[in-house]
Design a protein around this ligand. Structure first.
Ligand code: OAD
Length: 236
């Protein structure tokens, strides 16, 4: 019965998309695709140099057409499809690989590359191609207000109430492919542990919050996760 099954929250980061060919943020000397984070992922950078920032996200958006979900994305989607208990996948990633693998209960806490946001009328809408700095908002018709719907440093991540509610109820918290450097996501393990959950880190190497986890699996997500989830389905 679903009500007897443990509630599960999964947090993913850039490491889960690494085997698909999407670069992580902190594995290349602190540069993200050759850029300092402060130059492309802050509201100040956008005010200072909107062309550079729009172009950076246009390139990231174009890259999505060249990459595919990997075994780890697929294993999570398959697990969700087979699991009758409560399940929530929270990703820090702005790519669309989880949904393309078939994940359904998914929250993009740092926004999505395939969405834009109008700072003039606050409308979020889909954006599949390049976004120009003078493009007009489909909702309000004004130009000059559109930006990628990405949560930049210094901004509030999305869905926090829903995420903290789920963490407070969960009995198993899985963190996959994240360095545990960026809050509030890096603090989720503590919230889950305080709620009495078993906490598991699956990452190439120990992340910044590693000592807070009750179990560690170190290796590539595409190799470790399918086996781990298959076993979990049998156990629960
Ligand atoms: P990071 O780049 O900080 O960390 C990625 C982690 O994945 C590292 O600890 C790697 O060791 C690990 N890793 C790499 N390849 C892996 C693989 N094949 N399997 C498993 N693990 C692997 O990325 P995040 O922790 O996601 O925020 O970064 C968090 C946030 O910081 C991002 O969402 C972004 C960034 O600045 C915003 O843009 C707001």
């Amino acid at each position: 019965m679903a009500k007897d099954l443990p509630s599960i929250v999964v947090l993913t980061g850039a490491g889960i998309s690494a085997e698909s060919g999407v670069k992580t943020f902190r594995d290349a000397g602190g540069l993200w695709e050759g850029h300092r984070v402060e130059d492309v992922a802050t509201p100040e950078a956008f005010v200072r140099n909107p062309l550079v920032v729009q172009d950076f996200y246009n390139q990231r958006r174009q890259q999505l057409t060249t990459v595919e979900p990997n075994a780890a994305h697929i294993a999570l989607a398959d697990f969700e499809g087979s699991y009758a208990g409560e399940f929530l996948l929270v990703t820090q990633n702005v790519d669309n690989l989880h949904e393309r693998a078939g994940s359904r209960k998914l929250l993009h806490m740092h926004g999505e590359l395939l969405n834009k946001y109008c700072t003039l009328c606050f409308e979020v809408s889909e954006q599949t191609g390049d976004l120009g700095i003078d493009d007009c908002c489909v909702q309000c018709g004004q130009s000059g207000g559109l930006r990628p719907d990405i949560v930049w440093f210094g901004e509030m991540p999305k869905y926090m109430d829903t995420i903290y509610d789920a963490l407070a109820r969960c009995k198993l918290f899985l963190s996959i492919g994240t360095s545990g450097n960026v809050y509030p996501a890096a603090g989720f393990v503590q919230v889950a542990a305080e709620a009495g959950a078993q906490t598991i880190e699956i990452n190439l190497d120990p992340g910044g919050s590693s000592r807070l986890f009750s179990q560690h699996i170190h290796g590539k997500a595409g190799e470790c996760l399918p086996a781990y989830l298959k076993n979990l389905l049998v156990k629960v």
